[in-house]
Design a protein around this ligand. Structure first.
Ligand SMILES: O=C(O)[C@H](O)[C@@H](O)[C@H](O)[C@H](O)COP(=O)(O)O
Length: 236
């Protein structure tokens, strides 16, 4: 895992947006399209907002989510709604290219998770999975001690007791995250410093799910200086 430290949160968001714009251009030029899984959380949404006025060939970008809150489609808690308000409604991305994980329409969570797994299978290779990280070293909706951190053979799981509200969620499993070509964790704030240290320490997946993230081609932890504060220079 490569660690890149930025001066502050604003620099982290702006420079990660630059990095993402460059990757999207590279992928579109090389393979005609780019498939990315975006994330929720404050930093994840700030990153999306930062992309709104950048030069991206949105016609060739497919967007899905590495996790989603299992609430009604119009709920302000939906990562997809927040992403549409921050970015997707402002750019010419075809509606068919925006592939949301299921919203709660009364379908049991387990069935929604199965549909999420089918969506992921249909999308094929995810070129980049973006992740935030909680102060407990959770990624997506994979929380320490909860089942599903390692759910073999399943791409999307249902989570019913998320300690981060709302409690019901859909999430990529570790296997699904690590089937992505690239995984970028974007983490800011002093409250994340201990989780960053733990994730970099080789702690078990059940203790620090963030430490298990490993893209097939690339894994980068993108930090601001506050989140990196407990890393030894050589741990970066
Ligand atoms: O749906 C979610 O809540 C997110 O996917 C979650 O994994 C988030 O990325 C982290 O909790 C970090 O959130 P912050 O960036 O707001 O700290």
């Amino acid at each position: 895992m490569t660690v890149i430290v930025h001066a502050d949160r604003a620099a982290l968001v702006a420079q990660t947006a630059d990095r993402l714009v460059a990757l999207l251009a590279e992928l579109v030029a090389a393979q005609g399209r780019a498939t990315i899984a975006v994330t929720g959380g404050s930093v994840g949404i700030e990153l999306l907002a930062e992309l709104a006025d950048r030069e991206v060939d949105w016609q060739r970008v497919v967007v899905t989510w590495s996790d989603e809150r299992y609430v009604a489609a119009e709920s302000p808690d939906r990562n997809a709604r927040q992403a549409r308000e921050a970015l997707l409604d402002a750019v010419p991305i075809p509606a068919a290219n925006v592939r949301e994980l299921p919203a709660d329409d009364g379908t049991p969570l387990a069935e929604a998770a199965t549909a999420g797994t089918a969506l992921l299978r249909e999308l094929g290779t995810i070129d980049l999975t973006l992740l935030g990280m909680g102060p407990d070293a959770h990624i997506a909706s994979l929380f320490p001690g909860l089942p599903g951190v390692h759910e073999p053979g399943v791409a999307v799981i249902g989570v019913t007791d998320s300690p981060k509200p709302p409690p019901a969620r859909l999430s990529f499993t570790v296997d699904a995250i690590n089937a992505s070509d690239r995984v970028w964790l974007i983490v800011a704030g002093a409250d994340k410093a201990e989780a960053v240290r733990l994730a970099r320490s080789g702690a078990a997946a059940e203790t620090a799910p963030a430490g298990t993230a490993a893209g097939r081609l690339e894994t980068i932890m993108l930090l601001d200086a506050e989140a990196a504060a407990l890393l030894e220079e050589d741990g970066r």
